[in-house]
Design a binder for this molecule. Structure first.
Ligand SMILES: Nc1ncnc2c1ncn2[C@@H]1O[C@H](COP(=O)(O)OP(=O)(O)OP(=O)(O)O)[C@@H](O)[C@H]1O
Ligand SMILES: [Mg+2]
Length: 271
């Protein structure tokens, strides 16, 4: 009973070639992807399209990778199906194609998935045979960083408003990347037991704390490494070390060696 919220789209091989679409669960990412694919398809068959105004070029194919399904009959796991379809797209798309990718990489572990997703976007952007117009919906918020290094990548997200604990879906596509998924909120809407929701919230907080802690630890480690540099530099000029370096050990007798070692130790202790 919620009225449909219309959204614009602008894709162009020369500047806005790839749209990375982020936004909370249930916000309307997949809907937007399907809207664009359907309008392009309708235009190709000469149909009117449900838009106030549209300029649509010819496409040679519309490639889609949407949904997660396994194919037990042919012995393919969910993730395998996802990768087989992605491979097909990357091998066959041309600059005239439209590519719709809905959450590539979600069928595997976070880092594997993120790595694959990123590599796929880079390939579509950089490969001379591709350069196809692409819509890529994802929960990997890290992918929005790509717009900084790839000139034809644009970030959009589906707007939501927060009202206390409630999340209100606005269904509007706006420029920029999202940084939260509100997945637990959606799980609550779906009717997961209250205990599970509370526990999930706790776990999420823990994980986010860990993540920040890791960031802090990493920064600390880097500062330490930098702080240690002058220390090593000072050691370079240490006369005991200098002498140690120039010792002709192979030519020394065991007695000479032990005497020298004793001498060096005395020197080191008086330093
Ligand atoms: N533009 C819109 N106007 C009105 N309702 C919408 C619009 N877009 C989406 N919705 C509603 O929101 C529901 C969820 O949208 P959709 O499946 O696109 O979300 P999503 O962002 O892909 O979520 P997920 O991250 O969980 O896949 C739709 O089934 C529809 O009811
Ligand atoms: Mg979706």
């Amino acid at each position: 009973d919620e009225p449909f919220v219309p959204n614009d789209v602008y894709l162009c091989n020369k500047d806005a070639q790839i749209i990375i679409l982020t936004g909370p669960n249930m916000a309307g990412k997949s809907t937007y992807l399907r809207q664009v694919a359907l309008i392009v398809l309708m235009a190709q068959i000469g149909s009117f399209v449900p838009a106030r105004q549209a300029t649509i070029g010819l496409v040679d194919r519309i490639f889609t990778r949407v949904g997660a399904q396994d194919d037990i009959a042919t012995g393919q796991s969910t993730f395998m199906v996802e990768m087989v379809e992605t491979a097909l797209i990357l091998h066959h798309a041309t600059p005239r194609s439209l590519i719709i990718l809905d959450e590539i990489g979600r069928g595997t572990s976070t880092y594997d998935g993120l790595a694959i997703a990123r590599a796929v976007v880079e390939y579509i952007h950089n490969h001379p045979r591709l350069g196809a117009k692409t819509l890529f919906a994802t929960h990997y918020h890290e992918l929005t960083e790509l717009a900084k290094s790839l000139p034809r990548v644009r970030n959009f997200n589906v707007a939501v408003a927060e009202e206390g604990d409630r999340v209100i879906f606005l269904r509007k596509i706006v420029a920029g990347g999202a940084d939260r998924s509100y997945g637990i909120h959606v799980a609550q809407l779906a009717g997961l037991p209250r205990t599970v929701i509370h526990r999930a919230q706790e776990v999420l907080e823990e994980l986010e704390k860990d993540e920040q802690g890791r960031g802090r630890k990493e920064r600390l480690r880097q500062q330490m490494a930098q702080a240690q540099l002058p220390l090593f530099a000072a050691e370079e000029k240490n006369p005991v070390l200098e002498e140690l370096r120039s010792l002709p050990i192979a030519e020394m007798s065991p007695l000479e060696a032990i005497n020298k070692l004793y001498e060096l130790q005395q020197k080191a202790m008086t330093k």
